[in-house]
Design a protein around this ligand. Structure first.
Ligand SMILES: NC(=O)c1ccc[n+]([C@@H]2O[C@H](COP(=O)([O-])OP(=O)(O)OC[C@H]3O[C@@H](n4cnc5c(N)ncnc54)[C@H](OP(=O)(O)O)[C@@H]3O)[C@@H](O)[C@H]2O)c1
Length: 291
């Protein structure tokens, strides 16, 4: 199986290079070899390679910057997935893509299901939702994994930022009224590989994915606030003998950002479990493993 992996240097993309390696021959691209702002670049790479499966881990993920770079975010998060989906449909191959908890407005008190009404409150969330819709509308065999609060050991993420600030600063304030579920990038990649392996076992990957086509929530189990997430990171640092900053809890109103974020964005992972028999562990367990 020839797999085209788009976005090989991102948090999830990097992990996918390892997780997908045993499933086929991977061609992994970065923005120099496949630029998502250039439709012709997308088409020519896909047409030259003629892969059997496309996995897109690339996205415009700068949530705050997206508020002022709307066109670029739209191109990468909405238009590019549409073009990839059209190409995949033409080749009759499946397309795996990732989306976000930020498609919801955060006004809920229980985990969001795949059927719940979307209502993004940021440009990033809006463009990601349009990307989802374009893929579905194309009729391609697809899986869209909605994930949340992604962290890992490379790239820009909360874990690495907290690790750095914990030792650089004397005191740090983190919001405690946004609730969600941290998800380790490696687990997202491993779940993706597991599902592709399930598809391969049926001998017809496209048909398997077509039969299971849709959106799936894929996030760490449990829930926390950014403040409690930071506290857990600080505790792990202390266990390693580090001296850490004093950690304060503040409301979102005390930390204004260009983009609004959902207050409650936990995802209900039951569909993933019922369909593919896969469950991610509690977020604290994953954090321990990733640390
Ligand atoms: N990060 C989160 O907290 C989070 C939460 C929910 C959902 N998600 C979703 O999960 C998926 C993976 O996210 P991630 O955190 O792994 O992302 P990431 O670490 O920010 O990586 C994004 C990747 O996209 C690539 N990219 C950006 N613009 C591009 C372009 N014009 N052409 C080609 N590649 C381009 C980047 O390339 P460079 O390395 O060259 O910049 C980077 O490798 C995305 O769909 C994201 O929306 C993420």
């Amino acid at each position: 199986m020839k797999i085209l992996l788009v976005g090989k240097n991102g948090q999830v993309g990097f992990e996918l290079q390892r997780s997908l390696a045993c499933l086929g021959n991977i061609t992994a691209t970065d923005r120099n070899t496949l630029d998502l702002t250039d439709d012709d670049s997308i088409r020519s790479v896909i047409q030259a390679l003629k892969p059997n499966l496309i996995v897109n881990a690339a996205a415009y993920t700068a949530v705050d910057k997206a508020e002022t770079e709307q066109d670029l975010a739209m191109q990468i998060n909405a238009n590019a997935p549409k073009v990839i989906a059209e190409q995949a449909k033409q080749l009759d191959i499946p397309f795996i893509h990732y989306s976000t908890d930020y498609v919801f407005n955060g006004q809920n008190d229980k985990p969001w299901t795949e059927q719940d009404q979307t209502d993004p409150i940021s440009v990033y969330g809006h463009t990601k939702l349009l990307g989802e819709q374009a893929i579905i509308d194309s009729g391609v065999a697809h899986l869209i994994f909605r994930t949340s609060w992604v962290y890992g050991n490379r790239g820009n993420n909360f874990l690495l930022t907290m690790k750095r600030l914990a030792t650089e600063r004397d005191e740090l304030s983190v919001v405690n009224d946004q609730i969600g579920a941290p998800t380790w990038s490696r687990h997202i990649a491993d779940v993706t590989a597991n599902i592709i392996a399930q598809a391969k076992a049926t001998k017809d990957v496209t048909q398997f994915i077509q039969q299971h086509a849709g959106i799936y929530n894929l996030s760490g189990a449990g829930e926390t606030s950014w403040h409690s997430f930071a506290k857990a990171i600080f505790e792990l640092l202390e266990q390693q003998g580090e001296q850490v900053a004093k950690l304060n809890a503040i409301p979102t109103s005390a930390y204004p950002t260009p983009a609004q974020r959902p207050l409650y964005s936990c995802l209900d992972n039951q569909k993933l479990h019922q369909t593919f028999d896969i469950k991610l562990p509690d977020w604290q367990i994953s954090l321990d493993l990733a640390f």
